[in-house]
Write a protein that binds this ligand. Structure first.
Ligand code: GRG
Length: 298
C-alpha cells in the first residue's frame, strides 16, 4: 500500500501541536503577557517541517514517535524564536508572519525579544529531558543537546544570519550564498534529521546518513523559499513576498535564474530520496517530505 502522505503529515502536525500545548504554560499563567506572546507565534500555524523531520527520521530507524517528541518540540520552538527575532525592526522589520501581524507589532518589541529568548531557552529545557523525566539514554540526550546548540549558534543558524545581514546590498557570489543557505536554514534541518536518528536509537552510520538527508533537503527548502519570494503569493505564503529583492539580499534565483534554481532544488530532493532508499518502507515518509518541500506553494 502506498503512503497517504497528507494524512501522515496531518497526524504528526496534530501530535506536535498537542505536545507543545501540554508542555507550555497556559496564557493564564503569571506573567500572562509572555505566555500570550509565546503562544501567539508558536500556534499561528507554521508547517512544522522541522519537527516532522525529527519524527520521520526516528521512524526510519525504527523508533516510535514518543521518544523524540521533546526533540521535535525543541526544534519548532527554536525555529519560531528565529522567526520572531528575524521579523524585528533591527533585522528584517517585517509586519506579516504565519498569516498574522508579527509579534513586535502585537506585543511590542521588548516582549517579542523576550518571547524569542524564552522559546530558545525552554527548547533546551525540553530537550534535556526535564519535561518527560525519563531520558531514554543520558549519553544520547547529552549529545542531542550539543547537536542542537551547535546548529542554532554561531556555527549554524546565527552564523548564517550574520553573513546574510552583512551581505545585504553587496554583490556576493555563489560561495557566500551557499554559506548563508547551509547555515541559516540548512543547519536546523540537518540537526532535526540527526536528532531523530540519534534519539530514535539509530547506529552511527544511520545518524550520519540521515543528517546528510537533512542537509540536502534543507538546501532544497531554502532555494524554493527564494523562488517563492519572487513568484509566490503573499496570502498563500502567510508572510511578505518580494522581500529579498527589496532588502538587496543575494538569492539563488538572482545568481542562477529561476529555472536553474527549481532544477537544483529538484536534483537535491531526488538525491535525498536516493539517500533514504536503503531504509525501505520506514524511509518512505522522508522521501515524500523531500519531494513535498520542492513542490510546495507556501
Ligand atoms: C534572527 C536568531 C535569528 C536567526 C535568523 C532562521 C533565521 C535566521 C531567520 C528566519 C527567517 C528566514 C527567512 C529564515 C530562512 C529559513 C526559512 C525559510 C524560514 C521559514 O520557514 P518555514 O517556511 O516557516 O518552515 P513556517 O512558518 O511554516 O514554520
Amino acid at each position: 500500500m502506498t503512503l497517504d502522505f497528507d494524512r501522515y503529515l496531518a497526524e504528526r502536525v496534530a501530535a506536535i501541536n498537542r505536545y507543545l500545548d501540554r508542555y507550555l504554560p497556559s496564557e493564564t499563567t503569571y506573567p500572562e503577557s509572555i505566555h500570550r506572546a509565546i503562544r501567539y507565534s508558536l500556534f499561528a500555524g507554521g508547517k512544522r517541517l522541522r519537527p516532522v523531520l525529527v519524527i520521520a527520521a526516528s521512524e526510519a530507524v525504527g523508533c516510535s514517535q514518543d521518544a523524540v517528541m521533546p526533540a521535535a518540540g525543541a526544534l519548532e520552538m527554536i525555529h519560531t524564536y528565529s522567526l520572531i527575532h528575524d521579523d524585528l525592526p533591527a533585522m528584517d522589520d517585517d509586519s506579516l508572519r504565519r498569516g498574522n501581524p508579527t509579534s513586535h507589532l502585537v506585543f511590542g518589541e521588548a516582549m517579542a525579544i523576550l518571547a524569542g529568548d524564552a522559546l530558545l531557552t525552554q527548547a533546551f529545557h525540553l530537550l534535556a529531558g526535564a519535561a518527560d523525566g525519563s531520558p531514554p539514554d543520558p549519553e544520547r540526550r547529552l549529545r542531542a543537546v550539543a547537536v542542537l546548540a551547535k546548529a542554532a549558534g554561531v556555527e549554524g543558524m546565527i552564523g548564517g544570519q550574520v553573513v546574510d545581514i552583512e551581505s545585504e546590498g553587496k554583490k556576493v557570489g555563489a560561495e557566500t550564498l551557499s554559506y548563508i543557505h547551509h547555515h541559516k536554514t540548512g543547519a536546523l534541518m540537518e540537526a532535526a534529521a540527526r536528532l531523530g536518528a540519534l534519539l530514535g536509537g539509530g547506529n552511527e552510520q544511520e545518524i550520519d546518513l540521515l543528517a546528510r538527508f537533512g542537509k540536502e533537503i534543507g538546501l532544497a527548502f531554502q532555494i524554493i523559499d527564494d523562488v517563492l519570494d519572487v513568484e509566490g503569493d503573499e496570502s498563500q505564503l502567510g508572510k511578505s513576498a518580494g522581500k529579498d529583492q527589496k532588502a538587496g539580499k543575494v538569492t539563488y534565483p538572482q545568481i542562477h535564474g529561476i529555472e536553474a534554481a527549481r532544477g537544483r532544488a529538484q536534483d537535491l530532493a531526488e538525491h535525498a530520496v536516493d539517500l533514504v532508499a536503503p531504509f525501505g518502507k520506514t524511509g518512505e515518509p522522508l522521501a515524500c517530505l523531500a519531494r513535498r518541500i520542492v513542490n510546495r506553494h507556501s
